[in-house]
Write a protein that binds this ligand. Structure first.
Ligand code: ADP
Ligand code: MG
Ligand code: ZN
Length: 379
């Protein structure tokens, strides 16, 4: 039998605000453990959360840039579970009425038709702290709790189960990554966990319209691993079904060393989070004015810029795609082009010599010593 994979992604985007979502502590990465904490993010009794306005602004930006509707009145909920790095015993998140709903992104796998991937919802939430094991100062052989990350702001972007291959999943993920970094709301650093993905995977017989039972692979933190994890999982499920077995709904972990996934917990052991509206936070009402102002403040997005490079500058599709890979590169190219007066030669140099020299020396485009005007002079 032929099988059709089905994939839905839940992506956690850490927001690049200076302070946390419900208190004034710094979000700086890599500081001394527990140096960036206060009664609110330590979860001390009686401490009250106050919403960071910047987080809402960033969420609206993300929503508008992914074709979502912005919910005029959204609420925060408590997601209850016990974990040592979660001192309150619950995480403040959104459940019913998240801030952004019903969006989409268009993707295209090379050689295939373009395709629209639905975004079910985007909600705001706080991150948990971190457990540090083993080699921690003062702890020879123990585990420590670092609450610097507790209460840092996240967006969770949940897709519809519209993806049909690992290639589609990776392209969707890259597109989302490009948008949030382009907007300047996330640093995009996947190694540090600023952009991480849970992949839900199921298979069904080709032609069927009933989705199969899914497994959820937790916290995959590179594009390469997402592809590997999904491919392994698809094959594991097909083999299991072909052997007469049955897929169970469960959470799995990807092991990058072996390229395989293994079971973490089954549905029976799954948390029942007992969501309920957080009584410490009032409903969030967003005026049409605020949404409009935010819309006005959006930069030209990668998609629009790519189209403009083709339509107005006459660049080939390929060049436009490469030059809009990130915003700094696109801006460098445009500044160079304006200084020089025509597009194609500048495009060639930026994609060729400049990129090569930057790669060789490990310098970012922002720090390129050959400024756009010097490049124009040189040409
Ligand atoms: P949960 O909160 O328990 O993870 P959701 O209903 O919010 O469950 O779904 C999470 C993700 O799982 C979504 O991205 C959705 O598209 C995806 N998904 C749901 N059903 C399937 C399925 N049968 N196969 C693959 N992905 C699925
Ligand atoms: Mg999930
Ligand atoms: Zn704090």
């Amino acid at each position: 039998m032929q099988y059709q994979p089905v994939i839905g992604l839940e992506v956690h985007v850490q927001l690049k605000t200076d302070t946390k979502i419900f208190c004034g502590c710094s979000t700086q990465f890599g500081s001394e453990p527990n140096s960036q904490t206060c009664p609110v993010c330590l979860g001390l009794p009686g401490a009250l959360p106050v919403l960071n306005k910047k987080v809402v602004e960033f969420a609206i930006k993300a929503g508008l840039s992914t074709n979502c509707s912005i919910t005029p009145r959204s609420i925060f909920a408590r997601k209850n579970y016990f974990y040592p790095d979660l001192p309150k015993g619950y995480q403040i998140s959104q459940f019913e009425d998240p801030i952004c709903q019903r969006g989409w992104l268009d993707i295209q796998v090379e050689g295939q038709e373009p395709k629209r991937i639905g975004i079910t919802r985007i909600h705001m939430e706080e991150d948990a702290g971190k457990l540090v094991h083993g080699d921690v100062s003062g702890l020879d052989d123990g585990s420590g709790v670092d609450l610097n990350r507790a209460c840092t702001p996240l967006l969770e972007v949940v897709s519809e189960p519209d993806l049909r291959s690992s290639d589609e999943a990776v392209i969707y993920l890259k597109k989302l990554h490009q948008i949030v970094t382009w907007l300047g709301i996330c640093d995009g650093n996947m190694e540090e966990g600023s952009f991480r993905c849970d992949a839900n995977v199921s298979v069904m017989p080709v032609g069927s319209d009933t989705l199969g039972t899914r497994a959820e692979i937790k916290n995959v933190n590179s594009f390469k691993f997402v592809k590997q994890a999904i491919e392994y999982e698809i094959q594991r499920q097909i083999d299991l079904i072909e052997d007469g077995g049955k897929i169970v709904q469960e959470t799995r972990l990807f092991d990058p060393n072996s390229g395989t996934t293994r079971s973490m917990r089954s549905k029976e052991e799954a948390h029942d989070y007992r969501y309920f509206p957080d009584p410490d936070l009032v409903p969030l009402v967003i005026s049409d004015d605020w949404i409009e102002q935010t819309r006005q403040s959006l930069p030209e997005l990668p998609e629009q810029r790519r189209q403009r490079f083709v339509a107005d500058l006459g660049l080939p599709e390929y060049d436009a795609e490469v030059l809009t890979a990130n915003r700094a590169l696109a801006e460098y190219f445009e500044a160079g082009m304006e200084a020089y007066g025509s597009a194609k030669l500048v495009a060639n140099w930026v994609m060729g010599e400049i990129t090569r020299a930057l790669n060789d020396s490990g310098i970012s485009i922002e720090a390129c010593p050959v400024t756009p005007s010097r490049l124009a002079e040189l040409l």
